[in-house]
Design a protein around this ligand. Structure first.
Ligand code: NAP
Ligand code: COA
Length: 269
């Protein structure tokens, strides 16, 4: 079943949109005739994403920028807007993560994740602001369950994602008068993605999946469908919301698998 919303000629910018969940979101908009811009750090990822997205006969533009570099983020928006005009939909989903106990995490390791996830999200939204369609733009940040559920080995990502949730709510307040909606999606475990591979112990997969209330891991389409809804007129009165898309509290099931992966890593096995 497809969600039939036509995003024809809308400009959709996906920061961190060259792989995984965010790429899935970019693809969903490309399939619905949007003009799609994607940006991330690595040229090879940007080029590959542009090539495959263009296969949907969408107009696509790709830019290299690290979300930690405020000026580079601004330049990426200038470039995209010069091509496709004001931004109707902004997805901010760049993130980095690794499993490590706080007691052995370096200050730079903590900073790297907070810089990418939280400060990067600020940089993306702040630099996009002058280019957002007013009224009408919709921003969707990508959060994570660690924002509200404490998890061992995730001090950096948990702190950063909690910050993203609150940034989402504050900017929804401040930018509502411009007619800009700001929301976030908190994905559960999404099969086949880098975050899933990095964070969940192989040995625990079957029990983790069985413990998801809906009895399956998520797909990138599950997240893209929610992003389509949030970007659409059907969500025109939804702002400041952080919406889980996780099979029904799936984090309770994944927490042991994630913590087992962290324990294995810490013990060097
Ligand atoms: P992913 O495939 O590693 O995607 C991360 C994307 O961000 C890539 O396009 C990457 O491309 C880009 N990126 C990374 N660091 C960047 C930086 N400093 N500046 C600009 N771009 C950067 O990860 P994923 O697992 O799909 O996760 C996507 C989002 O969903 C993240 O926000 C993650 O926290 C969230 N999430 C994932 C899961 C899950 O199960 N996978 C669950 C909950 C939440 P480059 O390497 O080219 O920069
Ligand atoms: N355990 C402990 N510390 C780690 C680590 C790990 N597995 N991986 C990185 N670090 C530390 C490094 O040692 C470094 O600290 P130091 O200078 O004190 O030694 C710090 O983190 C930064 O590492 P670096 O490799 O220089 O950072 P980077 O900016 O190149 O990469 C990461 C950022 C570490 C988040 C990297 O994992 C990344 O780019 N991830 C993107 C993809 C991703 O994680 N996707 C999943 C999203 S949920």
């Amino acid at each position: 079943m497809q969600i039939d919303i036509d995003f024809g000629k809308s400009h959709v910018f996906v920061f961190g949109g060259t792989s995984g969940i965010n790429y899935g979101i970019a693809e969903a908009f490309a399939q619905r005739c949007a003009y799609v811009s994607v940006a991330s750090r690595k040229r090879e990822n940007v080029d590959a994403a542009v090539t495959t997205l263009a296969g949907h006969r969408a107009q696509v533009r790709g830019m290299c920028a690290d979300v930690r570099d405020f000026d580079a983020v601004g330049a990426a928006f200038e470039d995209a807007v010069s091509q496709f005009g004001p931004i109707d939909v902004l997805i901010s989903g760049a993130a980095g993560n690794f499993l490590c106990e706080a007691s052995s995490m370096s200050a730079n390791g903590f900073r790297a994740v907070v810089d990418i996830d939280l400060i990067g999200s600020f940089n993306v939204m702040r630099q996009a602001y002058p280019h957002l369609r007013k009224p009408g733009a919709s921003i969707v940040n990508i959060s994570a369950p660690q924002a509200t559920v404490p998890m061992r080995y995730q001090a950096h990502a948990a702190a950063a994602k909690a910050g993203i949730d609150q940034l989402t709510r504050v900017l929804a307040l401040e930018w509502g008068a411009d007619g800009i909606r700001v929301n976030a999606i908190s994905p559960g475990p999404i099969d086949g993605t880098e975050g899933f591979r990095k964070l969940i112990a192989r040995s625990e997969l079957a029990s983790a999946e069985a413990a998801v209330p809906l009895r399956r891991f998520g797909s990138t389409d599950d997240i893209a469908n929610l992003a389509l809804f949030l970007a659409s007129p059907y969500a025109s009165y939804v702002s400041g919301a952080v919406i889980p898309c996780d099979g029904g509290g799936a984090i309770d099931s994944v927490k042991p698998a994630l913590e087992r992966a962290g324990a294995l890593m810490t013990s060097g096995t």
